[in-house]
Design a protein around this ligand. Structure first.
Ligand SMILES: *[C@@H]1O[C@H](CO)[C@@H](O)[C@H](O)[C@H]1NC(C)=O
Ligand SMILES: *[C@@H]1O[C@H](CO)[C@@H](O)[C@H](O)[C@H]1NC(C)=O
Ligand SMILES: *[C@@H]1O[C@H](CO)[C@@H](O)[C@H](O)[C@H]1NC(C)=O
Ligand SMILES: *[C@@H]1O[C@H](CO)[C@@H](O)[C@H](O)[C@H]1NC(C)=O
Length: 273
């Protein structure tokens, strides 16, 4: 799984090397419940990812690679200078209905396969998050609008995501836990973080993750960490990388190497990136 299109750089799906042996999910960053000034719209989402990632580009990459799926991630950290946050809707059922129909429209326009949940800030009382987001995921799945749903918690946001996962986990396919926010730098501490997070979510749904030019473990130590995680009995079902935008300047080293790693193992387990 790879986030793409969040930073405004001019990036194309075709810039990213894709292995044909395993599923590859692009995660468009981001669809946001806000107008262009960042004001919340009662659940009506709009696409704010790079304008190079058009419906035509989605169609084209999916026609070249039958193993490519494309998701839209909800929210992200900010829109321009405005930091985004979950808010408790006035009317939860109206919010759910607006979110369902606006996302359905975006998904159909772009030919997407699913959604990812990446709210990164929460008010003190956030009980509405699990219900509203869970209902949107469940309805999109039940109506056959999406086939994949993923969530992207990190260390300070893990509680609302556990609430969501506890109630709606059956509809959630992967947990793109942002291990780089745990700031673990070595394979040994990465293993410890992986062990901890797989106790909070389903063991086989948690994907290891890597932030290019980012926080946490960096360089080939990431691949040592993957091996250590496997040597300790965990199954690596895939991996998440943030982000294609950052990798444009390094020749997609981590995408290539991560896919090679997963392909190597895909005869034993079914790997996904
Ligand atoms: C959101 O809903 C509230 C309550 O119904 C309404 O007052 C407000 O104008 C709505 N905001 C938008 C942007 O539609
Ligand atoms: C894992 O969990 C233990 C027990 O809560 C904690 O002491 C430790 O700091 C955690 N380690 C990491 C890397 O998250
Ligand atoms: C693939 O597996 C073989 C045999 O275990 C190993 O020698 C090779 O280094 C692996 N390649 C990668 C990219 O992990
Ligand atoms: C996955 O590949 C790595 C790297 O070659 C290897 O160490 C590990 O044993 C493999 N795991 C499985 C389950 O084949």
């Amino acid at each position: 799984m790879e986030y793409i299109g969040a930073t405004g750089v001019s990036i194309e799906f075709t810039s990213v090397p894709i292995s044909q042996s395993i599923d590859f999910h692009f995660i468009l960053s981001f669809a946001i419940d806000a107008d262009s000034s960042g004001n919340p719209q009662n659940g009506t989402f709009s696409p704010y990812w790079s304008s190079t990632l058009t419906p035509k580009a989605v169609k084209s990459i999916k026609s070249i690679y039958s193993n490519v799926k494309v998701l839209a991630s909800l929210s992200g950290w900010s829109l321009g200078q405005k930091v985004l946050s979950w808010y408790n809707p006035h009317d939860q059922n109206l919010w759910i209905s607006n979110a369902f129909f606006s996302l359905k429209s975006i998904i159909e326009t772009y030919g997407l396969d699913g959604i990812d949940i990446d709210y990164e800030r929460f008010p003190k009382h956030h009980e509405s998050f699990a219900y509203c987001i869970g209902e949107v995921i469940a309805r999109l799945k039940k109506k056959g609008v999406i086939s994949v749903a993923t969530i992207a918690p990190f260390y300070t946001t893990v509680i609302p995501y556990i609430e969501l996962y506890t109630r709606y986990g059956d509809h959630i396919d992967y947990v793109n836990y942002q291990f780089y926010t745990d700031k673990v730098k070595t394979p040994e501490t990465y293993l410890e973080a992986f062990r901890n997070r797989t106790q909070q979510f389903d063991k086989n749904k948690v994907l290891p993750s890597y932030e290019v030019n980012g926080r946490g473990i960096q360089g080939d130590a990431f691949f040592e960490a993957l091996k250590l995680v496997e040597d300790n009995g965990f199954i690596i079902s895939g991996a998440m990388i943030f982000s294609a935008d950052a990798s444009l300047s390094n020749g997609f080293y981590y995408e290539k190497k991560t896919q090679a790693y997963l392909v190597n193992n895909s005869t034993v387990t079914s790997g996904n990136l």
